[in-house]
Ligand binder design. Structure first.
Ligand code: IPE
Ligand code: IPE
Ligand code: MG
Length: 266
């Protein structure tokens, strides 16, 4: 059997606390509109909420947090909103990278970055380089990201680099080329804002992820919402194709989060 990390090829270890949480941060525009504010005020607030959620994830001992910041479809929005989001990304990176680094957080940005302006690309590169050796939490920001883009870019690179294997590729061949190859598959997927869809987010990696939908809008998301999502996750039975009886026979036991993990955030 393959030794790489894939829920469809091997049965992953299941822990009490999800190792990897993936979030679609949705509802910023509606939050602002309800307050008679411009939509972009919701995006601004959304960045502050993300800062707090990162802290809460560390306190829980979560190792990977992946957030959807801008989808490959979001270019369809009004140009003023797109340009506000790009500027917000620039200012958030300029202001936050030092703090992320101080707190032992590794920053990754996944997506088709070629469409971003050079200043933004440089900030992304610097942030990733500076924080590359940190392991307390890996924060991945998906920007101009789409799950289908990811599968296609990985397939194209594989075809280019290993043409001789054409026609007989396996999951293990493709996996290293996927944008999130460095992370285990998400254990828990959260979408705020009431929509119950995946919107082209991590469609490869979500194959066996537990889903949690909440009506709360992203700017209202707080530690209690995350606690509720984790509590719901802890009640799930992750069977990965097996039966409940097989699980009860003790094939897998829940492993508690590592007690040695440092969970303080400055
Ligand atoms: C999510 O909030 C943020 C981005 C897509 C950038 P929305 O902007 O989609 O907010 P709603 O869904 O319109 O309320
Ligand atoms: C998904 O939210 C993308 C992000 C949160 C960045 P959208 O609000 O754009 O999703 P749809 O288009 O309503 O599905
Ligand atoms: Mg939305």
């Amino acid at each position: 059997m393959a030794t790489f990390d894939s829920s469809t090829a091997t049965i992953p270890e299941t822990r009490q606390v999800p190792r990897h949480v993936a979030i679609i941060m949705d509802g910023n525009g509606r939050w602002a509109r309800r307050r008679f504010l411009p939509r972009v005020a919701g995006h601004k607030r959304g960045v502050e909420v993300l800062r707090r959620v990162i802290k809460t994830c560390i306190e829980h001992g979560i190792e990977y947090l992946t957030v959807f910041a801008f989808s490959s479809e979001n270019w369809r929005r009004p140009p003023e909103e797109v340009s506000f989001l790009m500027n917000l990304f620039v200012s958030a990176l300029s202001e936050e990278v030092a703090r992320l680094h101080e707190n032992g957080i590794r920053l990754k940005v996944v997506g088709d970055l070629s469409r971003f302006e050079p200043r933004l690309r440089a900030l992304i590169e610097d942030g990733e380089r500076k924080t590359a050796d940190n392991r307390r939490l890996t924060l991945t920001v998906a920007a101009n990201y789409g799950g289908r883009w990811d599968i296609l870019q990985a397939s194209n690179r594989l075809a280019q680099e290993q043409p001789q294997k054409s026609g007989a590729w396996t999951e293990a061949d493709l996996a290293p080329y996927l944008a999130l190859a460095y992370a285990p598959e998400p254990d828990l997927f959260i979408r705020t804002g009431g929509e119950q869809r995946v919107s082209n987010f991590m469609i490869w990696q979500l194959a066996y992820t537990e889903f949690y939908f909440t009506d709360r809008l992203w700017p209202e998301f707080d530690a209690r919402t995350l606690d509720a999502a984790i509590a719901s996750y802890q009640k799930r039975e992750r069977r990965f194709g097996r039966t409940s009886e097989q699980l009860r026979e003790g094939a897998d036991v829940l492993v508690p989060a590592s007690a040695s993990r440092q969970t303080h955030y400055a």
